[in-house]
Write a protein that binds this ligand. Structure first.
Ligand SMILES: [Zn+2]
Length: 90
């Protein structure tokens, strides 16, 4: 399912795919790149410019063929993992 959403990092126009029964949002932003956030993380990012800046750096530091995935963990806050990109067309 595709939603029209603003990029949670730069507030620009981005493509957004909803995954995991609506719990996670996968963004393709022309400026920031490809990344995935949970709904909780998206809410948190909207409250803090510092958090958006540091998250953008992590998105842009992703190793080749991976994207940054941000999830919220109680106790530790936002957790980052780099995930392999899915093969287009598979
Ligand atoms: Zn963006």
């Amino acid at each position: 399912m595709q939603e029209d959403q603003a990029c949670p990092l730069c507030m620009g126009k981005a493509e957004c795919w909803v995954e995991d029964f609506g719990n996670r949002l996968h963004f393709f932003c022309e400026r920031c790149g490809e990344f995935e956030v949970s709904r909780k993380v998206k809410d948190l990012l909207s409250t803090s410019q510092a958090m958006r800046d540091s998250s953008l750096q992590k998105v842009q530091a992703a190793p080749p063929n991976t994207f940054a995935e941000f999830t919220f963990r109680f106790g530790t806050g936002i957790a980052l993992e780099y995930q392999q990109k899915r093969n287009p067309g598979s």
